[in-house]
Design a protein around this ligand. Structure first.
Ligand code: GLN
Length: 494
């Protein structure tokens, strides 16, 4: 196998296709072979090789006619939360195990129209609820990276978009979609040593993405480098009449605009993100990242986001409340699984009892409780107020700086099984990503180094709403300075 095709960037690939150095069919065949070789990681729920090869033939015909599209023949892995017409879409849940949508999500349609070729639907935490990809009905995903100190351990890829992140890190696909409600694209990108971006809320259409928490959910992009993620986001973004929360903002050419240097940009370091018990490696990489941006011409300023400590508890009221409402539609009548009962009520109960996993049930119960008449004000209204204060914190911070630099996650990848008996500990894994989600701001995770176990750690750059350009610009400068080139062992073997 030509492993070269498995580690190229989008720009290099498009150039190679154009010069006929290799064909779209060869490119897709290599990625399918890698997907098959990596089946042990359990990154895919459904593989779609026949469809991919048919599309590759179409791409080759277009290339021959000089009619290449923006992302012609680029191998893509699609999170199994995006509805794909005629292809099973499960949300990694038993309740949707055999659901075949009759429609295509806007984002996956846009990516397809730009020429990308989906080789499979990736595994995730059930309904995107989780941070380690261990709540999937289809079993956990394994991270292609191994710890140097305990190589026998199987590590989590992060979550919820763990299958997508593992697919890109292992060379199965060049790009992958994620979704990000509280960190699900940024945190797995950090755990898997790749780039993951969540745009401003409203930048991409949510139409056809199975809903978790509608006021937070956004589509995300995974890629091998910042430029590829910028190219992908441009295709995904834009107003869609089918989603009233998608905005009518113009979509800039992120990849072209991000190459400007960062001289004079002010980068904020939030003092409240120095949380207790953060590993020294994470702190060191954060400090080094700030130094690098300074050397590239940015000015580093300390900022304060005083309500940070309330972000995780606030999220775990808002997100489950919205989830409990969104998931009410899975009742055995309209979609997916049905477990019969003696009457309608019992059929509902049996279906939902059998169809949802433990984490999803936990969140439905938390959400229903917070929305109940007696507790609505005490929990839900209070959480909404704190959400506003968190958003105000960012607004004040952005008076002093142009972008914010933080660690993406408080740790590197941990072993499958670790932390799983302690939901609160798992929830705290998103302390650095959740605040930007609550405020609707764009964030990107860039690989910034390896920890003492040889595992990747990412740094997050948060931008102003609708200012993905400055976010990408800072991320690109950081990427240049870090020059991260480590890859998991698996890719080299292929
Ligand atoms: N880990 C967070 C959660 O469990 C975020 C998930 C997400 O962004 N989809 O809710």
């Amino acid at each position: 196998m030509t492993s070269k095709l498995l580690s190229m960037s989008v720009t290099e690939t498009l150039a190679g296709l154009k010069k006929k150095e290799f064909s779209a069919t060869e490119l897709i065949k290599d990625h399918i072979a890698q997907m098959e070789a990596c089946r042990g990681l359990n990154a895919m729920i459904t593989e779609t090789p026949e469809q991919a090869l048919a599309q590759a033939a179409e791409s080759d015909a277009r290339i021959a006619k000089n009619e290449m599209r923006e992302l012609e023949a680029i191998p893509m892995a699609m999170k199994d939360l995006f509805c794909t017409k005629g292809v099973r879409t499960t949300a990694a849940s038993h309740i949707l195990e055999n659901f075949i949508p009759t429609y295509e999500s806007t984002v996956s349609q846009k990516l397809k129209d730009a020429g990308t070729i989906t080789i499979g639907k990736t595994n995730l935490d059930e309904f995107a609820m989780g941070g380690a990809n261990i709540t999937s009905y289809f079993g956990p995903v394994e991270n292609p990276w191994k710890s140097k100190t305990s190589p026998e351990k199987k590590l989590v890829p992060g979550g919820s978009s763990g299958g997508s992140a593992a697919a890109v890190a292992a060379g199965m696909s060049m790009l992958a979609t994620g979704t990000d409600t509280g960190g699900s694209t940024r945190q797995p990108a950090s755990f898997c040593g790749i780039v993951g971006v969540k745009p401003t809320y409203g930048r991409c259409s949510r139409w056809g993405i199975i809903a978790f928490a509608s006021s937070l959910d956004q589509a995300g992009a995974f890629a091998r480098n910042v430029e590829d993620s910028a190219l992908m986001l441009k295709v995904m973004a834009g107003h869609d009449a089918k989603d009233s929360t998608s905005a009518r903002h113009e979509v800039p050419d992120f990849a072209a605009l991000m190459k400007q240097d960062i001289k004079g940009l002010k980068i904020g370091i939030p003092k409240e993100y120095r949380v207790d018990g953060m590993p020294q490696d994470v702190l060191d990489i954060w400090n080094k990242g700030a130094e690098m941006l300074k050397s590239a011409g940015a000015e580093i300023v300390e900022i304060s986001l005083p309500h940070t400590k309330y972000a995780v508890p606030t999220y775990y009221i808002v997100a489950p409340a919205e989830a409990s409402s969104n998931l009410a539609r899975y009742d055995g009548v309209r979609y997916g699984l049905r477990e019969e009962g003696k009457d309608l009520q019992e059929m509902y109960e049996n279906t939902r009892a059998a169809g949802f996993g433990a984490e999803v049930k936990r969140r439905i119960m938390i959400g229903t409780y917070c929305l109940s008449a007696g507790y609505y004000d005490a929990y839900y209204t209070k959480a909404q107020r704190i959400r506003r204060l968190i958003s105000n914190d960012f607004a004040a911070a952005f008076e002093k700086c142009d972008a914010i630099l933080t660690p993406t996650a408080p740790s590197s990848a941990f072993a499958i099984g670790e932390n799983s008996d302690d939901p609160i500990k798992m929830y705290l894994g998103d302390v650095f990503t959740i605040p930007a989600s609550l405020a609707g701001l764009p964030g990107i995770s860039v690989p910034a180094g390896l920890d003492d176990q040889g595992l990747p750690l990412g740094l997050q750059i948060i931008g102003r709403a609708w200012d993905e350009v400055t976010m990408f610009r800072t991320a690109f400068a950081l990427e240049q300075a870090v020059a991260f080139s480590a890859q998991p062992e698996l890719i080299k073997v292929a």
